[in-house]
Design a protein around this ligand. Structure first.
Ligand SMILES: NC(=O)C1=CN([C@@H]2O[C@H](COP(=O)(O)OP(=O)(O)OC[C@H]3O[C@@H](n4cnc5c(N)ncnc54)[C@H](OP(=O)(O)O)[C@@H]3O)[C@@H](O)[C@H]2O)C=CC1
Ligand SMILES: O=C(O)CCC(=O)C(=O)O
Length: 417
């Protein structure tokens, strides 16, 4: 059976909201197509002297509200369809939190675990040079995503700056602090997840101190979400997982200890002694108050949706739930805080980093955190109002809020569909 297209799934979500808003057919068309799709095939010299050709993509979905913005991922399953869906979600993410960007995303089809650090550097520099024809600090600003990090952003920034002839801080975000990164960017997506998790509990009249939480994925998003939910909200994180499998501890994990273990253990939590080993499927069905899928897309499908027992799902990952799975989840009265709202903290602090880079003036971490908290809380509140106004689910409400802004920008700029 053919794999369901992620982009088609994203369009289903969009059309559900467009129906609620009675959006014109012409505006639907304008907002459904990516503006630009670039595919590059490029050679990289391996450490053993062989040449391998890799395929990468950069998609700019919409730039009505500002330059395209979105991360770049390295993963063996990257496809153009996936990158289109991720760029599409970036448009709505930037709009729902009100930052002046459109949506973009990039990816290279590679398993970075199979490459040495020098091979990853050569691949990163070559890929960035190849996509440079559509990148610019006022055109399209990449950032980290799955399997990319501050070091890779530094190589991108250096490659672009060498090609242009001077340093350009605003060309990427998620850079190391020493070369124009922002304080608070590394934790930002997890911090945003923590803010909306608390707001969701408050909305549901539940006490954060009594809440039990499970988090799928222990990378950038999952680990910081778990840490901040435990440390700042006082909730108990009882279940965690990564690609190696899951762990359960009814007393709650010490997240700093687990992060330190992961960092000394080839990046995986497998073998951590203070928890019972469970599978990733077991993790999704734990009896918890909040489940945070923070790994990859399509973690929750119609095959396992009925096993989810959490009262609230806060989507840390992009697209962790198929539309069919969501219908089942909503039918079971589970409250879903949708991905492009829940994980917007990362791009929000990326925006702060970009602004700081353009101004060459850098903020204290407290200012970053305060500004992020305010934006996430207000966006959550606005989407809740839309949800209640139309009696719709929260994802559809988030689309309605975001589509209104992008459609208005499109009209103001002179397209009248
Ligand atoms: N980084 C950011 O700022 C943002 C990221 N996102 C989204 O959040 C998600 C995670 O991204 P990020 O944390 O950056 O990526 P990372 O690469 O840092 O982490 C991904 C994590 O998911 C784990 N994982 C991969 N496959 C599975 C699986 N099948 N089951 C369980 N765990 C798995 C990985 O395990 P292992 O390491 O063992 O392979 C790793 O712990 C993605 O959907 C991304 O697009 C959204 C907004 C911003
Ligand atoms: O920080 C950014 O610009 C975007 C991060 C990202 O790729 C995402 O939010 O999915």
């Amino acid at each position: 059976m053919a794999e369901t297209s992620l982009f088609q799934n994203a369009l289903k979500q969009f059309n559900k909201a467009a129906d609620v808003m009675d959006l014109s057919q012409s505006m639907r068309q304008v907002l459904s197509f990516p503006k630009r799709e670039l595919t590059v095939n490029f050679p990289v010299r391996m450490d053993n002297g062989e040449i391998r050709v890799f395929t990468g993509h950069r998609v700019q979905h919409n730039v009505a509200r500002g330059p395209a913005k979105g991360g770049i991922r390295y993963h063996q399953n990257v496809t153009l369809d996936e990158v289109k869906a991720l760029a599409f979600w970036m448009t709505w993410k930037c709009a729902v939190v009100g930052i002046p960007y459109g949506g973009g995303k990039g990816g290279v089809c590679v398993n970075p675990q199979e490459l040495s650090i020098n091979e990853i550097e050569r691949l990163s520099r070559r890929y960035f040079s190849e996509i440079q024809i559509i990148i610019g600090e006022g055109e399209d600003i990449p950032a980290p995503d799955v399997n990319t990090n501050a070091q890779i952003m530094a190589w991108y920034m250096d490659t672009y700056s060498m090609n242009i002839g001077h340093s350009v801080l605003g060309i990427v975000t998620g850079k190391p602090l020493e070369i124009g990164g922002s304080k608070g960017r590394t934790e930002a997506t997890g911090r945003g997840v923590r803010v909306v998790a608390e707001e969701a509990l408050r909305y549901k009249d539940m006490d954060p101190k009594k809440a039990k939480v499970a988090v799928q994925g222990f990378g950038n998003v999952g680990s910081y979400a778990a840490k901040l939910i435990a440390e700042e909200m006082g909730s108990r994180v009882v279940g965690l997982s990564d690609v190696s499998g899951g762990l359960y501890n009814p007393d709650g994990f010490d997240i700093d200890d687990l992060m330190a273990y992961r960092d000394q253990n080839n990046g995986v939590i497998e073998g951590y002694p203070k928890g019972q080993k469970i599978s990733n499927e077991d993790l999704l069905s734990l009896d918890v108050d909040i489940l945070v899928p923070a790994a990859l897309e399509n973690a929750i499908t119609e095959k396992n949706a009925r096993n989810v027992r959490a009262k609230i799902v806060v989507e840390g990952a992009n697209g962790p739930m198929t539309p069919e799975a969501e219908d089942m989840i909503l039918a079971n009265n589970i409250f879903v805080v949708p991905d492009f709202l829940a994980n917007a903290g990362g791009v929000t602090v990326s925006y702060f980093e970009w602004v700081q880079g353009l101004q060459h003036y850098f903020w204290d971490v407290e200012d970053v955190r305060r500004a992020l908290h305010k934006i996430m809380k207000e966006a959550f509140g606005s989407v809740i109002s839309t949800m209640n106004k139309y009696s719709i689910d929260m994802r559809t409400a988030a689309y309605v809020d975001a589509i209104e802004k992008v459609a208005l920008a499109t009209k103001l700029r002179g397209i009248y569909p």
